[in-house]
Design a protein around this ligand. Sequence first.
Ligand SMILES: Cc1cc2nc3c(=O)[nH]c(=O)nc-3n(C[C@H](O)[C@H](O)[C@H](O)COP(=O)(O)O)c2cc1C
Length: 383
Amino acid sequence: MDRRAFLNIVGGGVIVSATPGCAILQPTPKQALTPWLSAGTNYSEPRRKALSYAILCPNPHNRQPWKVDLSVENQVILFVDTDRLLPHTDPFGRQITIGLGCFTELMVMAAAADGWEVEIDVFPDGEDTTRLLDSRPVVVARFSKNEITETDPLFQQVRFRHSLNTPFDTTKTVPQTVMDKAIDVAIHGSQVMGSNDPAMVKTLRNLTHESLSIELDTPRTYKESVDLFRIGKKEINRNPDGIDFSGRTFEILSLFGMFSRKVALDPESSGYKQGRAAVLENTTTAMAHLWVVTPTNTRLDQINVGRDWVRINLSTTASGVGLHPLSQILQEYPEMKSLYTEIHQLLAADGGTVQMLARMGYGKPENRSPRWPIDAKLVGESA
Ligand SMILES: Cc1cc2nc3c(=O)[nH]c(=O)nc-3n(C[C@H](O)[C@H](O)[C@H](O)COP(=O)(O)O)c2cc1C
């Protein structure tokens, strides 16, 4: 199908006989978005209440790879769900661990807002950064009542935060003050830097574009993403995780067989070509970039990067600016090696690991991404 025919269909050139309640007329996957509305409201038990916010954290491919044990009073043991790792694009579990750091920070922040102090022990049974994560605990958190805990001003942004993966307005620059604010909220030891300098933005637009092309052109890394596509309201409500495609356009494309996981894997299909062009275009609309470096690359570093990352994202939410991670160039697989080296020479010339890289700018807001409720993530006996 050529581009004009495709746009005709998307633009309403096809008459669809839709009945009230059908996904084309009401495409929002409301059930999958409920955790955003209900955070903090359904539980009086302090750990569950804090966890109902923690599940709203950013995390790679929205895998939501957390498992939570509440069997000991006032204690949360956070495990990784080893069925939810990303072995091709995240072979050492570095990014998944960053996501678990984001989870930890929101749990601590929400508990503090509720008058509970939380003491954290990270990878108490040891760690191994040279391979994927295993079933050892990631974090043990002990809650104790403390009426004088302060509510972090960032907390009020938790239910509005988003990783904004739409094109940005290339006529609107990101003010330095917004970047400075985002950098200042990092309190867990990460080195956060950013640039809105046009020459640097151009360089990083090119590098992120090139690295995304490599990921799309490497069959096993691309398939890892496609396998996680959730297309349309029904699929998203049934599996509220992964990479979600919702809205009227995707309901129609899916209904006519023009967009599916199979189509996305066929490089000759117009669905593949349009999708590829759209994600690559995003990189070229970056108006600033922000990145995080750590001198060493331990699991504790990765957890702390996550704790800082979600804070940064909450700050950009408060400032009304979009933040969109572009992690491909930071990934540790052979096809990415030369670009990985180049970005490290550019952003971590004195050594260290670039843990996060994101573009910033002003874009059209989107639906928030789906979530499993916290009850779906509890393991072991509940206290
Ligand atoms: C470590 C890490 C790496 C990420 N890398 C990417 C990325 O390369 N591309 C992207 O579109 N989103 C990336 N994200 C954002 C996630 O896809 C996003 O957090 C997840 O889909 C949930 O959506 P939300 O943040 O809007 O709630 C990353 C997030 C984290 C924590």
